[in-house]
Design a protein around this ligand. Structure first.
Ligand code: VGL
Ligand code: ZN
Length: 216
């Protein structure tokens, strides 16, 4: 073989080897099981009225820095919002058991700026509930079917936190258990990010019964 042809052959082999390395690398990346696992933080009713407004939960101020400290780990942040009309049936003046809270479009129904200000818009999703005047609705996602994968997909890691432990967090968690069984995603609860009205006992009992782990 002439020197020139030998040189060309070496170059060709080197090029093919290089190309197959690049290919292997991208194949490996694509088959990496962590790649398609989205991390979603579901934050229940983290609204000013439940923090320092008309219906404050115990230790609600303390869960804010705890949630802020972990939110950067997530690809998506879903915020549920208790979103009541002014005449909602859950208010004492309408025969319900709660003071007026989270009236739609009011400051009390908003989420503290320090939670949202530094998060990219594309990561955020807001989900309202409790809009029907005559209907109490503690749980979010009640209207999502297991055939709807627009919010939750197979393999997602879904972590729940928020307010209030024994009401909206518990009932939202029940809906997420239904969806996780139907869709096939992982579910855990970030207890340092959950505030209660009276006690965490009911939530912890439910988690134990369902085998739901704490997110640390
Ligand atoms: C809630 C009472 C009334 C809650 C909402 O977010 O847990 N509690 N409305
Ligand atoms: Zn409410």
């Amino acid at each position: 073989m002439k020197i020139r042809n030998f040189f060309l052959l070496v170059m060709a082999v080197a090029t093919i080897t290089f190309a197959s390395c690049v290919n292997n690398q991208s194949t490996n990346n694509n088959s990496d099981s962590t790649m398609n696992t989205r991390k979603i933080l579901v934050t229940v009713d983290l609204q000013k009225d439940f923090i320092n407004g008309t219906l404050p939960a115990k230790d609600a101020e303390q869960i804010i820095p705890a949630i802020n400290a972990i939110k950067g780990r997530f690809d998506k942040l879903y915020f549920t919002l208790d979103w009541h009309p002014a005449n909602h049936c859950s208010f004492t003046k309408e025969g319900g058991i709660w003071p007026v809270h989270c009236v739609h479009y009011t400051e009390g129904a908003s989420i503290p700026d320090c939670i949202l200000a530094d998060v990219e818009d594309s990561k955020l999703l807001f989900y309202t509930k409790g809009m029907i005047p005559g209907k109490e609705e503690y749980g979010a996602f009640t209207d999502i079917s297991i055939n709807d994968q627009s919010m939750f997909k197979p393999g997602d890691d879904v972590v729940v936190c928020g307010i209030a432990s024994e009401y909206c967090v518990l009932e939202t968690l029940k809906e997420l258990v239904r969806l996780s069984k139907g869709i096939g995603f992982n579910l855990s609860v970030f207890m340092d990010g959950v505030a209660c009205i009276e006690s965490h006992d009911v939530l912890l009992e439910y988690m134990k019964a369902e085998g739901i782990k704490e997110y640390k």
